[in-house]
Write a protein that binds this ligand. Structure first.
Ligand code: BYC
Length: 313
């Protein structure tokens, strides 16, 4: 088959909702954009462990600490599923990590904000994991088989994360006036970064239209952002907290909430590496990688020895 025929057969497979698997023919640009998105997704999970890790030693009770530890370990696991799924596209984990450390690959802008008090852990679980679920439920139907299957498991775990975050804020918002103020302060700081997670407006999104055609993305950035806001406003009402957007209002005609404009200058500044914690986050990842070199060496030496023994005997 010539290239045109291969392209047509590929698109027909996508249109028929038949998953693309690692050994199937795929356009180079499909492979490239999947590697870009999946590796960035994996990096987000791993870098996302850092803001929460900051509170493990200061969790208010043993139970909260155990829950937080489990959640952070889940995020590490998600990163590993995603790196493995991306490796099926012909890139190595080393190459992906090198791209993160050199600043070539991105990770979600939201993890470049600091966690200043315990309520931030609630806000991350409720809002950041909540936004991630909205995006990832759509990605369960993504056209690439290994990504789609990874997402099914990830989403199950993210639901627990979102629930634990809501529970922290629910407890604080029914506590003392000081605790309620902490919850409100965390919500004020995390709301806008959370809705920025969905990326630029559709009209500004470089990859959306092609990714939607290839069914890598099943919903656009703006559609997902709207779904998230519509789902989250009633939850804020249950908490008795107010969302920091004076333009947030139910629109009867649209049957959706209207909301204010995102500060895009801030968004792009954070994406380009100038957020409050970008440098700290990358430095922490590089340090962890360097300090883990001996583990990788030991593990690969063991694997090599095992292989030699199998061949010999
Ligand atoms: N931050 O053309 P567009 C978690 C970039 S972690 C940074 O719309 P696309 C958790 C974008 O990459 C899970 N960069 O791109 C963990 C592109 O630049 P490049 C987080 C962003 O790919 C711990 C450019 O802007 N979820 O759950 O079609 C604790 C133009 O954008 C951002 C994921 O990673 C951003 N927010 O759509 C708690 C989801 N937005 O690549 C929780 C997976 C855009 O050309 N990723 N950019 O250099 C996706 O679904 C898509 O990649 C996006 C962007 C919706 C993010």
């Amino acid at each position: 088959m010539d290239d045109k025929e291969l392209q047509n057969r590929f698109q027909a497979q996508v249109d028929a909702e038949i998953k693309i698997e690692p050994k199937d023919w795929m356009p180079d640009a499909y492979r490239k954009t999947l590697i870009r998105q999946m590796s960035q997704h994996a990096h987000s999970e791993i870098v996302g462990m850092l803001p929460e890790g900051n509170w493990v030693t200061r969790a208010p009770t043993l139970k909260r600490k155990a829950i937080l530890l489990a959640k952070i370990q889940d995020e590490g696991g998600h990163g590993l599923y995603l790196y493995s799924a991306a490796e099926t596209l012909g890139i190595s984990r080393e190459e992906m990590i090198e791209a993160l450390h050199s600043g070539k690959a991105k990770y979600s802008s939201v993890f470049n904000y600091p966690t200043l008090n315990w309520a931030d852990i609630g806000a991350i679980g409720w809002l950041v994991d909540g936004a991630a679920i909205m995006n990832q439920v759509a990605l369960m139907r993504t056209s690439y088989g290994p990504y789609s299957r990874g997402m099914v498991r990830i989403c199950k775990e993210e639901s627990f994360h979102q629930r634990q975050g809501f529970d922290i804020l629910y407890t604080l918002s029914r506590g003392s006036a000081e605790q309620k103020a902490m919850a409100q302060d965390a919500l004020n700081r995390w709301w806008w970064p959370s809705i920025m997670m969905f990326g630029p407006h559709d009209s500004e999104s470089t990859h959306s239209s092609q990714s939607m055609k290839w069914k890598i993305k099943r919903k656009s950035n703006d559609e997902l952002r709207q779904d998230f806001i519509d789902a989250t406003v009633p939850q804020a009402e249950v908490l008795g907290l107010s969302l920091p957007d004076p333009e947030l209002k139910w629109n009867e005609e649209r049957q959706h909430y209207d909301f204010g404009e995102i500060n895009w200058e801030e968004f792009w500044s954070v994406v380009k590496g100038n957020g409050p914690c970008n440098r700290e986050r990358l430095a922490a990842r590089r340090k962890a990688y360097d300090e883990g070199a001996w583990v990788r060496e030991a593990a690969s030496a063991y694997a090599k020895k095992k292989k030699e023994q199998t061949i010999a005997g």
